[in-house]
Ligand binder design. Structure first.
Ligand code: ADP
Ligand code: MG
Length: 435
């Protein structure tokens, strides 16, 4: 089947030929298939909004080279009427600033896009009412937008985007002005539009956590698509993106800082920004040996208002244990690298065994002797950089017959990721973390 949207070699300039010229899209190629939930992710100014305009047919004049294909048809060859139809009923767009018309009622804002289709006012209002109901804002139908809260206004924005029942929903940073509860509601609804209605959802954001439902992520920088990743499940997304974001958006951070950030996001998933920030601070202190292990542990379950992180005791103990393990293993890794530098043939037997035990700490399944030996070999190969993080995970997942360990993909990825967490940032990113 043809992709629902395909861009080929797109280049776009603003202010072309003037001193203020900006080369906003550089040789962009991409494919979006029907029913996909995909996302564009990247720092401010990297061209996300511009790309949305291009793929919704709103920037055709400015595109200087390349093709936009909608269901296989070149948009440049659309008649005026066809282009108008595509813009009006092919895509629905949800904006960050809501873009509601302030002087007309919520109901009429939602009914407005249908006017284009020549539907009677009465029917438009009836349809709009249904959409408001679906979004739980029917009681506000006759109010003006300004009388609604931000979260409610965004739901009006979504209802309006759905007005002509478009198969493609585009969201340009729809969560920027919302608190976390409302942001979650919006994301849940987008997921529903994708899963239940089978609509193609295209999400633009610069916040990693809001990518959780995307199964194809285009990572953009300076007008280019740097990477495309297709995470299989939620867990993969958060880790992939937080690591990538820390590396790409904060190139000035050194390794312990990147590590503290990545681990904080991973370990305190679901906690408030303030809690995560405070945790990150103490974690960095600990990772750089500015805090003792027992002080770190104590501060984790000290109440937040008394300067601690405020975790419950069990969680605090578990995290402290994990962090100590990571630190210990990192020292081992440093020792190993020193040894290998002196003698590349160093046997590393004890170090590798210790590392294997640590890697398997949370694994509850049984590991027989043959698997242990195989894992030791793999650890040594990975330490010597003979295999990539991806190979490492793949072999864990391969069946025993194929000389693998026969672990599930999930377990294999988890172990690989744990291993990469001590091998130190830079290029050493695990498969699940790699975008
Ligand atoms: P993002 O949505 O990722 O923040 P944009 O697509 O809005 O990025 O912008 C990409 C680049 O193009 C930026 O450098 C921005 O300043 C520039 N740009 C965007 N719109 C215009 C415009 N109308 N005129 C001139 N430059 C623009
Ligand atoms: Mg933008």
């Amino acid at each position: 089947m043809e992709p629902i949207i395909k861009l080929q070699g797109i280049n776009l300039y603003y202010d072309r030929g003037r001193p203020t010229e900006v080369w906003a899209l550089k040789d962009v190629d991409l494919e979006i298939n029907k029913g996909e939930y995909c996302a564009f992710f990247g720092p401010s100014g990297c061209g996300k909004t511009t790309i949305l305009y291009v793929l919704s047919g709103m920037e055709s004049e400015r595109v200087s080279s390349g093709q936009v294909l909608i269901n296989g048809r070149d948009i440049a060859k659309f008649t005026k009427r066809e282009l108008a139809v595509f813009r009006q009923i092919g895509v629905g767009i949800v904006f960050q600033q809501f873009n509601l018309i302030p002087s007309i009622s919520v109901l009429d804002n939602v009914a407005l896009p249908m006017a284009f289709l020549g539907i009677s006012l009465e029917r438009r209002r009836a349809e709009a009412q249904k959409l408001l109901e679906r979004l739980n804002i029917a009681p506000y139908a006759l109010r003006l937008p300004a009388e609604l809260s931000g979260g409610q206004q965004q739901r009006v924005g979504i209802a309006r985007a759905l007005a002509n029942n478009p198969p493609i929903i585009i969201c340009d940073e729809p969560l920027g002005n919302l608190d976390s509860e409302n942001a979650n509601k919006v994301l849940e609804f987008m997921r529903e539009l994708n899963v239940k209605d089978g609509r193609t959802v295209i999400m633009v954001t610069h916040e990693a956590w809001s990518l959780r439902d995307a199964r194809k992520i285009f990572y953009m920088k300076d007008g280019k698509i740097l990477r495309v990743e297709e995470p299989k499940e939620r867990g993969d997304v958060v880790q992939a993106v937080s690591k990538l974001m820390n590396q790409q958006l904060n190139p000035d951070m050194d390794e312990p800082q990147i590590m503290a950030k990545t681990l904080s996001n991973m370990l305190l998933r679901g906690y408030s920004v303030d809690e995560v920030k405070r945790f990150e601070f103490f974690l960095l202190q600990r990772l750089t040996d500015h805090t003792e292990g027992d002080v770190f542990r104590e501060v984790l379950d000290r109440p937040y208002r008394s300067g601690g992180v405020g975790l419950w005791k069990g969680k605090a103990a578990k995290i402290a244990f994990l962090v100590e393990g990571i630190m210990e293993q990192r020292h081992t890794v440093e020792d190993i690298y020193t040894m290998l530098e002196k003698n590349p043939e160093s046997p590393l037997i004890e170090e590798v065994q210790r590392m294997r035990k640590w890697l398997l700490e949370e694994y509850t399944g049984k590991v027989d002797e043959q698997q242990q030996l195989r894992l030791d070999e793999l650890i040594a190969e990975r330490l010597r950089n003979i295999i990539t993080p991806k190979n490492f995970a793949q072999v864990l997942n391969l069946s025993k017959k194929q000389f693998g360990l026969g672990l599930s993909m999930r377990t294999a990825n988890r172990i690989a990721e744990k291993f990469e967490s001590i091998l130190g940032g830079g290029e050493n990113v695990s498969p699940a973390m790699k975008l």
